[in-house]
Every structure is written in C-alpha cells, then in structure tokens.
Design a protein around this ligand. Structure first.
Ligand SMILES: CC(C)(COP(=O)(O)OP(=O)(O)OC[C@H]1O[C@@H](n2cnc3c(N)ncnc32)[C@H](O)[C@@H]1OP(=O)(O)O)[C@@H](O)C(=O)NCCC(=O)NCCS
Length: 136
C-alpha cells in the first residue's frame, strides 16, 4: 500500500478502535460512511432506514498470533455499542471465504441480509455475504 497512514485516516472513517496486548496493537476495526456497499442498499431496501442512519463495519482484523482470545468479539462489541448510541445501524460485507469472521458475526447475532459478488484483481469475482447488526 502506497500510503497506509492516509488509508487508515480516511475521511470516510467515522470511528475506529484498536485492540492491544502488552502495549502492542494487534487488532483493529472501523465504522465507515457508506460508499456504495451492497449491504447498505440491501439494508435500506429492507428496513426503509435512510442512509444517514446506516454505517459500515469494516477493516476488522486481528493478528494471527492474537486470535481466539475474544479480541475480535470485543472489537465488534465496541463498534456496535458506539453505533447504537448514535442511532446508527451497522452493516457489513464479508467474503464468503472468511469463515472465522462469518462465525463471529453469527455468534454476535448479526443477520444475513443477502449475497453479492465483488469484482477484484483483473476481472475476477468473489462471493460475499451481507450482514446487518442486531437490534439494540
Ligand atoms: C475474524 C477475526 C477478526 C476474528 O478475530 P478473533 O480475535 O480470533 O475472534 P474471537 O477470538 O472473538 O473468536 C474467534 C474464535 O475463538 C474462540 N475463542 C474466543 N475466546 C476463546 C478462548 N478464551 N478460548 C478458546 N477459544 C476462544 C471463539 O469462540 C471463536 O471460535 P470459532 O472461530 O470456532 O467460532 C480474525 O480471524 C481475523 O482477523 N481474520 C482475518 C480478517 C478477516 O477475515 N476480517 C473480517 C473481514 S470482513
């Protein structure tokens, strides 16, 4: 990535959290303004909410060596409770191959709202699943 600082500080980020172990950052999640994601349009169509009240949970990542200690779940809870306090519904798109992430979303009560196909690389397509956060 040419400019990781600009990527992480994007103006589309509404809020972000990191997870630390022994003072080292090992996990991250952010809440982003909608940028045309399938999950956003699916949620709006399904709920009648306006886009002002929808945001995208994105950039969830826990370093391999810190996984399976509930940090992913904690990051998710931090983002969802912030969004609930703002009156915002979180949605997300996850690649169908990301099985651990999908298990996490389902365990935390997120609802599958549809499926999508994402273009990537040079003309390739990847299956994705769209989720919405549970009610407060
Ligand atoms: C998805 C991801 C963020 C999960 O992070 P994590 O910190 O491992 O998440 P958790 O620890 O909360 O949960 C992971 C597993 O550990 C288990 N676990 C949590 N605490 C545990 C503990 N104390 N002892 C044993 N197992 C534990 C959970 O039950 C869960 O099990 P499961 O996968 O069989 O359902 C991480 O796998 C990741 O970064 N993946 C790559 C990036 C990615 O896919 N991001 C999502 C893109 S949309």
């Amino acid at each position: 990535m040419a400019d990781p600082q600009a990527w992480i500080r994007s103006a589309n980020v509404r809020a972000a959290w990191v997870g630390e172990v022994d003072g080292k950052i090992v996990g991250h999640v952010s809440v982003m303004r909608p940028q045309g994601e399938d999950a956003v349009s699916m949620w709006i169509e399904r709920s009648g909410d306006d886009e002002e009240h929808v945001a995208v949970l994105a950039r969830l990542f826990v370093l391999q060596e810190a996984r399976q200690h509930a940090l992913g779940a904690q990051l998710m809870r931090a983002a969802t409770s912030w969004a609930q306090g703002q009156g915002i519904r979180l949605v997300l798109d996850v690649m169908a191959k990301d099985a651990a992430a999908i298990r996490l979303y389902q365990r935390l009560g997120w609802t599958k709202i549809g499926e999508a196909t994402h273009p990537y690389g040079e003309g390739q397509l990847m299956d994705a699943i769209c989720f919405a956060a549970p009610d407060a």
